[in-house]
Design a binder for this molecule. Structure first.
Ligand code: IMO
Ligand code: MG
Length: 446
């Protein structure tokens, strides 16, 4: 069996959690490979709504092992709160595993995230303020604290003793903030480490064993393609690798193990934080979509910026992620528009661009979207549809147009937040079949 990766194609909040929740029912392992509490996943099951920032959405399935892998940055206080909330509503968390290599977001990372943003003034990124960037910066500078350190009192003291002089110099001399006191920090972290210790292990080894045993692995992407630190709209990006390649970097699973890469596309575009959004709608059409789609951040509550679907960005996302299929979400939100625009390219200084200008925000500036106008479908016409074929013809045509732009089959279409509001397209195999990988035989077996 192979591995399936779920990635966001634009700037996040594509409802990846919903697809992960659906596929997790056939997966034996669900692995989150990057990011931290900057992510916000809302999953609806029956009448209940669950909001996660750190824990993989797969935790709702008692048969799957839910792994928080090496590539993640973990705020232990947030994680303990999420675990206790889940246990409080009767959800078993004994299947959670946390990599000993995942980095710990410390209180000074959160503080530095906020202080740095303030100092940047007009150039601020609009981060979630959760300490994600400063934690990854410490990882790269090799002064980070990892989960294996957090649960070992001796190592925790050693790592913090090494890191604090540098951190305190920055806090006191650059920001004129208070220094962090070693003993107080250890006293705050020790009970969190004790609560999390039972979950911490070598998750690379676990994933390796699962591959050898031909188990079905699902990678749960957080953030999205345009927020990738290299492939996204730098500097308005996050500090990790949300693209499909990140699933290998952040877990120790090789690229050859992956059989399917599903891109989750919102039927329109949304973004929180700063940076250019060429298809942004600053009029009442954007407001209508924001209200209908409840487009307010799960993590920060900020109203999301809204635009028409950026199909040019989608083509780029299909390429850099190596998408094998897409899932189109929030189609219901577009109901009631007479005309729906879809961006099929950009012009800059009157010239049509050949390639999507990712990787440098300066290239994005001044880009004008080229739109194709598609006819809409009436309000309330798709809410209770249970088969793709029963969608209004114009809604089906919209899905086909998005599919053509992506160049890969649309596998699922979501028409509402509930589990039963996901339609399989005629192109969709049963979810379990997505995990099938080609057999490779050794010469010795011939
Ligand atoms: P999910 O998993 C939307 C954005 C922030 C900011 C930039 C950097 O819910 O799709 P950071 O705190 O990561 O340093 O902020 O990235 N951002 C997200 N936007 N959805 C997310 O995650 C995001 N995670 C980070 O708004 O612009
Ligand atoms: Mg979110």
């Amino acid at each position: 069996m192979g591995a399936v990766v779920v990635v966001g194609t634009h700037w996040g909040d594509e409802a990846k959690g919903k697809l992960v929740d659906l596929l997790a029912q056939d997966a034996e392992l669900v692995i989150r490979y990057g990011g931290g509490p900057n992510a916000g996943h809302t999953v609806h099951v029956g009448e209940s709504t669950y909001k996660f920032h750190l824990i993989p959405s797969g935790i709702l399935n008692p048969k799957t092992l839910s792994i928080m892998a090496d590539g993640m940055v973990i705020d232990p206080a947030t994680l303990v709160r999420e675990i206790e909330t889940l246990q409080g509503v009767g959800i078993d968390t004994s299947n959670l595993r946390i990599s000993h290599n995942a980095h710990v977001i410390l209180p000074y990372h959160r503080l530095l995230d906020q202080l740095e943003e303030k100092l940047k003034g007009a150039g601020a990124i609009g981060t979630t303020g959760r300490g994600v960037g400063p934690c990854y910066a410490d990882k790269a500078s090799r002064v980070g604290v990892r989960m294996g350190d957090l649960i070992d009192p001796k190592r925790l003291r050693e790592r913090l003793t090494a890191a604090l002089p540098l951190k305190n110099a920055i806090l006191t001399k650059v920001f004129e903030a208070e220094a962090v006191e070693l003993e107080a920090l250890i006293a705050e972290l020790t009970p969190l480490g004790e609560k999390l210790a039972r979950y911490v292990c070598d998750t690379q080894a676990l994933a390796g064993e699962a591959l050898e045993a031909n188990k079905r692995i699902l990678f749960e992407g957080a953030q999205a393609t345009m927020l990738d630190i290299d492939g996204g709209t730098y500097p308005f990006v996050t500090s990790s690798h949300p693209i499909s390649g990140g699933a290998c970097i952040g877990t120790g699973v090789p690229p050859t193990a992956i059989s399917e890469i599903l891109g989750v596309v919102k039927a329109y575009t949304s973004r929180v934080g700063a940076g250019t959004v060429p298809t942004e709608l600053l009029d009442e059409r954007g407001d209508k979509i924001r209200e209908r789609g409840n487009e307010y951040g799960t993590t920060t509550g900020r109203p999301r910026r809204i635009g028409w679907l950026d199909g040019f960005a989608l083509q780029y996302a299909a390429r850099v992620n190596g998408l094998t299929g897409i899932c189109i979400g929030h189609l219901d939100v577009l109901a009631g528009f007479e005309t729906i625009n879809i961006c099929v390219g950009y012009t800059k200084n009157g010239v049509l661009l050949k390639h999507f200008p990712a990787g440098d925000v300066c290239l994005m500036d001044g880009c004008e979207p080229v739109y194709e106008a598609l006819p809409g479908w009436p309000e309330d016409s798709i809410d209770n549809v249970t088969r793709f074929e029963d969608l209004p013809a114009n809604a089906q045509a919209y899905v086909r147009r998005v599919e053509l732009l992506a160049g890969v089959p649309a596998r699922f279409v979501s028409i509402g937040p509930r589990r039963d509001q996901t339609l399989l397209t005629p192109n969709s195999p049963a979810p379990a079949q997505l995990f099938a990988s080609p057999k490779i035989s050794l010469l010795t077996e011939k």
